[in-house]
Design a protein around this ligand. Structure first.
Ligand SMILES: NC(=O)c1ccc[n+]([C@@H]2O[C@H](COP(=O)([O-])OP(=O)(O)OC[C@H]3O[C@@H](n4cnc5c(N)ncnc54)[C@H](O)[C@@H]3O)[C@@H](O)[C@H]2O)c1
Length: 415
């Protein structure tokens, strides 16, 4: 089997998660890695997993000359400069088939559009990594409910949520670096998976036309004085000065351009979730049928009593963003597969090897960024954003949410 020689930019949380996914598929080798920190440690882990040589390169340009494709797994604020270096390397002779970018494509529409332009100018195929669309439970419900969809009609309502107790690195908490709070970080997932499950079978991912967005952003837990203090001590961010939202919810309304049918995707995302760890929840209602996914329900549960609790080495090996090491614990023993990382890597590699864009290209990622920006705009203005208006579309192109500008105190309630 032909394998894609992939080079990773970034050696943090998601790079390592993807390595665990790649260990489960056969068409990708991690051929190289470059990062501002931790490259050597990550490379050793990757080699130990048997998923590739993971040669450490000092620069992106150097790596671009030794791999087939590059995956951008660095923080959101570094996207544009990284992509500029990749595009320049290609202009100078590096032969790359494609480039992968983790969500979000940009902190705002201007950045996301710049990424798309750079990839197109360099004639690179693209993959926007939105793992939730590749989750086996999501794909399985779509396959199982195909006859119902064909006879009764597609889903008309879906609700999607991604929630945990808060991110692992300081830059995620800094709205100017990350792009905002939980809406920028995780709203992009929930909005994308909502759009996807509503889409009639066989139609492209942007077939349904988003016509309006309503949203709210709030700071419910991490703005309280004692929790602000913990953030300052743990991550060095000051939410009394530059707060970001830890809760966001809203509704995207879609129109089927062929039938005129309206459908709705509600999203809820939080960094203030007080359960065992990360929970992804999705459900959907069609006429006469439904589905529900809840990743905190596992076939494996552990119970650890108080006296035995000290024996736990690392709760995060049980569940991403685990918050407890005793009591009744949910264990997901193959999170890389459950969350869709295996199948998104396999699909992107097959597409690049065939000279094509992945199922979700950067142009698709751009549309997701637009919906996230519309959600911030709605929350800021306290009104529904009508996406059918040309003036609104134009305003979104240059819009930077106040929270992203570091002016969250003007829109979030602080005590
Ligand atoms: N799909 C998902 O569920 C998911 C989950 C986590 C993170 N992500 C995304 O993945 C990206 C990385 O997140 P993470 O959690 O791995 O972050 P992280 O902070 O754990 O790791 C980032 C890595 O990038 C490196 N880095 C920083 N700036 C760089 C630069 N200019 N050039 C090269 N390397 C640089 C750092 O040294 C570090 O190794 C983010 O965009 C995030 O949104 C996606």
């Amino acid at each position: 089997m032909e394998k894609l020689k992939l080079g990773l930019i970034g050696a943090g949380f998601i790079a390592r998660f993807h390595a665990r996914a790649i260990a489960q598929i056969r068409n990708v080798d991690v051929a190289g890695i470059t990062s501002l920190s931790n490259s050597e440690a990550a490379a050793q882990e990757i080699r130990a997993m048997g998923v590739g040589e993971a040669v450490v390169y000092d620069t992106i340009t150097e790596m671009a000359n030794h791999v087939d494709a590059i995956a951008i797994y660095a923080p959101n604020f570094a996207r544009v400069e990284i992509m500029e270096e990749i595009a320049t390397a290609v202009k100078q002779g590096a032969v790359l088939k494609g480039v992968i970018c983790e969500k979000p494509l940009g902190r705002n529409l201007k950045e996301a559009r710049r990424l798309v332009e750079l990839a197109e100018e360099a004639n690179l195929r693209t993959a926007y990594f939105e793992n939730q669309i590749f989750m086996k439970p999501i794909q399985a419900q779509l396959a199982q409910l195909l006859p119902q969809q064909q006879t009764m009609g597609p889903l008309v309502l879906t609700r999607s949520a991604e929630e945990h107790g808060g991110p692992h690195e300081p830059w995620f908490w800094d709205p100017t670096q990350q792009g905002g709070g939980v809406l920028s970080d995780m709203g992009c997932h929930s909005i994308a998976v909502g759009w996807y499950v509503l889409t009639p079978a066989g139609k492209p991912p942007t077939f349904l036309q988003p016509i309006s967005v309503t949203a709210e952003t709030s700071l419910l837990k991490w703005g309280l004085p004692e929790w602000r203090q913990k953030l300052k001590e743990r991550f060095g961010v000051d939410y009394s000065k530059t707060p970001a939202e830890d809760f966001a919810t809203g509704m995207v309304t879609f129109k089927n351009p062929e039938t005129g049918q309206i459908s709705k995707a509600q999203f809820t995302d939080s960094w203030m979730f007080e359960k065992q760890g990360l929970r992804l929840f999705m459900d959907g209602m069609g006429p006469g049928y439904a589905f529900e996914v809840n990743t905190l329900r596992s076939t494996l549960e552990l119970f650890i009593g108080d006296e035995a609790a000290d024996a736990i080495a690392d709760a995060e090996t049980a569940l991403e963003k685990a918050t407890a090491s005793r009591g009744l614990l949910a264990v997901q023993y193959n999170e890389a597969d459950l969350y869709g990382y295996t199948d998104e890597n396999r699909e992107a590699a097959a597409a690049f090897l065939a000279g094509k864009d992945a199922h979700l290209s950067w142009r698709y990622g751009l549309e997701i960024t637009k919906l996230v920006m519309a959600a911030y705009m709605s929350a800021e203005k306290g009104m529904t954003i009508d996406l059918t208006e040309t003036a609104v579309q134009q305003a979104l192109e240059t819009y930077i949410p106040l929270i992203q500008q570091g002016r969250g105190a003007e829109v979030l309630h602080l005590v």
